[in-house]
Design a protein around this ligand. Structure first.
Ligand code: ADP
Ligand code: MG
Length: 618
């Protein structure tokens, strides 16, 4: 067996294997590497010359999955089973996306406002993590096919504004796709690295990264100093991008053709959408575009196009102004402006950005590829190939605590720079619960039983409150010496407890290495178990709530309703015993659908009762 070394500083396995950089985009995704001979970053291309994989996943009725260009046509022909923009759902609850529900043409489960969203396709339920994992698996397979070597390690990019749980979700998606995610880096940081910025430790620069993609717009202001990137501010619009430029052309043409709607002519609608995108792309290099559509000649000039989209471009500039204000900077403080995302190829966009920042923009690196290329540069640094980069002290394994069902909840992902700090809030599961046990674990597996226990303590003396009401804030602090302090504080009462641990103590390099390998080997089982435990926990909570509700409001429900509810509860209970995740989620959804009108009725009656009780003046 080949011997594998490990670099404790990076937590990376030192195999003569390539680490890839992945841009997991809302619209398009792609993979890049550092070319072993030229040492330059390159995007991996298929024979047809395309490096871009559309971030679209289609499920057919037999459960077959297609990803990328093959899945894209189904967006119009089979929208209910075709998932786009999964990235927008990462780490989100239904409450977060509620106002944008019309945007999604597939079914998003809305049974519990606060739990993480799920997508329903037929009788299967998918988490955004699983959907992203399908895209990452396709990228991995494609890379292996092109490179003719296994690909198991990656650096993946995320928007600078992604929070802790969105980053963790992205890591999990990588793991599920069989990838050891060495690091999650910010997209604007990756773009800077692709331009060679931040590689020289003596350099000090303030830069603006303007990223206009297919459906999202981000502006980030970064400060680079001593090889460290600091995000000074971010702004943007998560529902503004190239699709809006296409839509402007579609509306213009529909007006010319005196068409009100194409809602019932899917194939024509699709054709027109494609023609509009073609026009937009052509007008980035030409003054005029012409095509045939359903026997008619359609034309558009660059001048008209620019008039149509001026409002959209102006909106992005308002975001830039806000970001500059938040960073407390003047335009003259910005040393460099980088253009990222396919839509920055539009000349009006480039010119407007250059005018705003009062300097020429940097657009020499392909804007579709720049983020992936930068991720590849970061991967190369982690592989230890770029000696000029100093590596900071880093946690070799993830640190977290045990939550419901024996799950590992990571607070500090591995490879976090130290000193560092992270926190999260937890609550009680039972009414009147007076203590919370904090058990601290180290490792990459989803169940704490497979990780290494570092210590535990109990925060006791919480005053009696209903379940879910106490707020317990857990903080992980690692100082420069690598000592971990874990602190728990109940926020209503101020009650505090803490513990100090040396995480590195007693763990050999081989053991760290083994733990990393295991987390990849068992990723599929681990994530399936986690999903099952989460589905069971949610189902049990809903059963408890329903039971409480029924016994309290028994008088307000008909006999038939009581029967139906009892049956639905029984079916859910049975599904839990059968340990079938999709069945549990299906039955949870069914119980919710059934009881939702009851809850509304009870609420109405309570309100009218209250009004009566008040005795409105007569
Ligand atoms: P994301 O980062 O959101 O995944 P991309 O950066 O890949 O998206 O950008 C995709 C968008 O770029 C699409 O709307 C596409 O039409 C647009 N685009 C690609 N090439 C051009 C071009 N030459 N001119 C204008 N828009 C373009
Ligand atoms: Mg992008």
């Amino acid at each position: 067996m080949a011997k594998i070394g490990i670099n404790i500083a990076t937590g990376s396995l030192q195999q003569p294997e390539m680490i890839v950089g992945i841009d997991l985009g809302t619209t398009n995704s792609l993979v890049a590497i550092i070319h072993p001979e030229t040492k330059m970053p390159i995007a991996l291309k298929e024979f047809d010359g395309s490096s871009i994989v559309p971030s679209v996943v289609h499920f057919d009725q037999f459960g077959n999955v297609e990803v990328g260009a093959a899945a894209k046509p189904y967006l119009e022909s089979d929208p209910a089973n075709t998932i786009f923009s999964a990235k927008r759902l990462m780490g989100k609850s239904y409450k977060d996306i509620q106002t944008h529900q019309d945007f999604f043409a597939y079914k998003i489960i809305d049974d519990n406002n606060d739990s993480l969203v799920k997508v329903q396709v037929g009788d299967q339920f998918y988490s955004p993590i699983e959907l992203s994992a399908h895209i990452l698996t396709a990228l991995k397979n494609r890379a292996e096919h092109i490179l003719k070597t296994p690909v198991t390690k990656a650096v993946i990019t995320v928007p600078a504004y992604f929070n802790d749980s969105q980053r963790q979700a992205t890591r999990d998606a990588g793991k599920l796709a069989g990838l050891d995610v060495l690091r999650i880096i910010n997209e604007p940081t990756a773009a800077s690295l692709a331009y060679g910025l931040g590689l020289d430790p003596t350099e000090e620069k303030t830069i603006a990264v303007y990223d206009l993609g297919g459906g999202t717009f981000d502006i980030s202001i970064l400060k680079i100093s001593g090889g460290v990137f600091e995000v000074l501010s971010t702004n943007g619009d998560t529902y503004l991008g190239g699709d809006d430029l296409d839509r402007a052309i579609i509306e213009y043409w529909m007006g010319l053709m005196k068409l009100d709607t194409l809602e019932n002519q899917k194939s024509l609608k699709q054709q027109l959408r494609l023609a509009a995108e073609q026009a937009k792309i052509a007008l980035s290099n030409a003054a005029h575009f012409e095509t045939n559509f359903a026997g008619e000649k359609l034309t558009i000039t660059k001048e008209i196009f620019e008039n149509l989209i001026a409002g959209i471009v102006d909106k992005t500039m308002e975001c830039c102004a806000k970001a500059m204000k938040d960073a407390v900077l003047k335009v003259s403080d910005i040393n460099t402006v980088l253009m990222v995302g396919g839509s920055t190829r539009v000349p009006l966009v480039k010119n407007t950005v250059a005018t705003f920042f009062n300097q020429p923009v940097n657009d020499t690196v392909n804007p579709d590829e720049v983020v992936a290329l930068g991720a590849a540069v970061q991967a190369d640094i982690l592989a230890g190939n770029n000696q000029s980069m100093l590596l900071l002290d880093i946690t070799p394994l993830s640190l977290g605590i045990e939550t419901m069902g024996g799950l590992m909840d990571v607070l500090l992902p591995r490879n976090s720079k130290i000193p560092t700090q992270a926190g999260r809030q937890y609550t009680t599961q039972k009414d009147g619960q007076s203590g919370i046990q904090i058990a601290i674990y180290q490792g990459e597996r989803d169940l704490v039983k497979d990780n290494r226990k570092l210590g535990e303590f109990t925060l006791s003396g919480i005053p009696s409150m209903p379940a879910g009401l106490p707020k317990v804030d857990v903080q992980f602090l690692i100082n420069a010496d690598g000592i971990l302090q874990v602190r728990a504080k109940e926020l209503r009462t101020g009650l505090t407890q803490s513990i100090e641990i040396k995480p590195q103590y007693g763990l050999t390099d081989q053991e760290v290495e083994q733990r990393l390998m295991d987390s990849i080997t068992y990723a599929k089982e681990d994530i399936a178990t986690r999903a099952l435990v989460e589905a069971k926990t949610e189902a049990e909570q809903i059963l408890a709530v329903t039971e409480k509700f029924m016994s309290k409001n028994i008088a307000l429900l008909s006999k038939e309703e009581l029967m139906q509810t009892a049956e639905a509860m029984q079916a859910l209970q049975l599904a839990i015993t059968m340990e079938d995740k999709n069945l549990i989620q299906g039955k949870t959804e069914a119980l919710n659908e059934l009881t939702r009108p009851f809850a509304e009725r009870v609420m109405d009656q309570a309100i009218s009762g209250a009004l009566k009780g008040k005795g409105i003046m007569d």
